[in-house]
Design a protein around this ligand. Structure first.
Ligand SMILES: [Zn+2]
Length: 439
């Protein structure tokens, strides 16, 4: 069985890749299967990798056989992995015997540059579940990744793809957290990193980009200013001329493909039961797209029964995906974004349309929350359960409350919230809210 991800669930399965053993994809697969890959810590799990067939454009359906593909060569669209799910998806027991953060490498396009990412805790939070009046609430805490964010998973694959292509530099515009991650994984892979961040990026992320040896440029303003400055650099110096690999979200398939283990780990921890709902904060859109892809693949492979509803939570001051979901249309850029949740202040998300399609296809919805509610929710979870959420995680938590009030979540539901960034990165923002309330 082949599965691919087009614009909606009616897209036919993809056949006829036409790859043969001379293509780069096959060569890499063979290298991974044989365990003689360069620069990858192979380990036992990667030895079994074998379902990846290539990439397919989500917009025009063109196939991209090259291992280190970025965007569609025909139309510039977003690429997504295609997998032969009859070709060696391991059993539950086999997955259970594996350790670490990459327990289903068969469902990834490339082996990672490893730094201890993944295998993050799924923490049950019964007091918050009671307050929310749902059957169970679990928080997937991606703050436990090496640089404290879910971005590490995708950058582990980006760094591997860049090294495989022979590039020497990762390059991206960043709100901050994925720039830190790119600098770390570039260092791990022996590459350079060019990171353009807005001045409003947090001190911690900017400092750590420097500490990892990243080549950082700080642009006055917000994320879109950084993105424009980064695009201008590329125009002045085409990537071909200086061996840069585009490391931004949806600039290659690796960022969203790298999110899939988040979902693999959630269902494995839940004894292969599919949660009813997964509430994820959305910036660029990699997380809902990756979670939905993983959910469809595990269901199609027969490892689980069914898929969860995926809910997209965004700050009300910058909610292009939620507004598109509410309005039954494609996302439109936000002219004047304004939120304290810097990691989610992405007014024209690269994966916006893909995120909307993923959420709609799952049966989920969007929810926008005020900054104050997001900060209060982060503080409430920390106070009642001891778990530290970043403000983006607070957006998901506050969103869950609104979704419960709207009846989107009900009392019988098992709900998973995703905290994408470590709480300690946002300590000043959450504490200032407490102080503003006189606490
Ligand atoms: Zn295309």
């Amino acid at each position: 069985m082949n599965i691919s991800y087009g614009l909606d669930d009616t897209t036919p399965a993809c056949d006829g890749w036409g790859f043969d053993d001379t293509t780069a994809a096959r060569v890499l697969r063979r290298r991974l299967v044989d365990g003689d890959g360069q620069g990858f810590d192979q380990g036992a799990p990667l030895a079994a990798m074998g379902c990846f067939e290539g990439f397919r454009c989500a917009d025009c359906g063109a196939t991209a056989p090259e291992v280190a593909a970025t965007r569609c060569g025909a139309c510039g669209g977003v690429l997504e992995g295609s997998y032969d799910l009859d070709a060696g998806v391991p059993s539950r027991d086999t997955v259970a015997e594996r350790t670490g953060g990459w327990r289903l490498p068969e469902l990834l396009p490339i082996g990672p540059v490893e730094l201890g990412e993944g295998a993050t805790p799924l923490v049950e939070t019964p007091r918050v579940a009671d307050e929310l009046d749902v059957a169970a609430l679990h928080i997937k805490d991606e703050g436990h990744n090496p640089t404290g964010s879910v971005a590490d998973r995708g950058l582990a694959l980006v760094a591997a793809a860049a090294a495989d292509r022979g590039d020497t530099r990762l390059s991206l515009a960043s709100t901050g957290v994925d720039g830190q991650s790119a600098a770390a994984y570039a260092a791990r892979a022996g590459l350079d990193a060019r990171v353009v961040v807005p001045s409003r990026a947090s001190f911690v992320t900017k400092a750590m980009i420097n500490v990892h040896g990243g080549d950082m440029r700080v642009v006055e303003g917000r994320y879109d200013d950084a993105r424009a400055a980064h695009a201008a650099e590329r125009d002045d110096h085409p990537a071909e001329s200086d061996a840069r690999f585009p490391a931004g979200p949806f600039e290659s398939p690796y960022r969203h493909e790298g999110v899939k283990p988040v979902y693999h780990e959630i269902v494995q921890t839940l004894a292969w039961r599919v949660p009813d709902a997964v509430v994820v904060p959305v910036g660029h859109g990699t997380v809902p797209v990756g979670v939905r892809s993983a959910a469809r693949e595990l269901d199609a492979a027969g490892l689980v029964d069914g898929t969860p509803r995926v809910y997209a939570a965004q700050p009300a001051g910058c909610a292009p995906v939620v507004e598109a979901l509410d309005g039954g249309r494609a996302p439109e850029p936000i002219d004047h974004p304004d939120t304290v949740v810097g990691a989610l202040e992405v007014p024209d998300p690269a994966g916006g349309r893909r995120a909307v399609e993923a959420v709609r296809a799952s049966g989920g919805a969007g929810v926008a929350v005020d900054d104050e509610d997001a900060l209060d929710a982060a503080a409430t979870v920390a106070h009642h359960e001891g778990l530290e959420l970043g403000v983006a995680g607070g957006v998901a938590a506050a969103g869950a409350w609104t979704l419960r009030e709207r009846g989107e979540l009900d009392a019988a539901d098992t709900v998973v919230l995703l905290n994408p960034v470590a709480g300690s990165k946002d300590a000043d923002v959450v504490r200032s809210r407490l102080m503003g309330r006189g606490l």
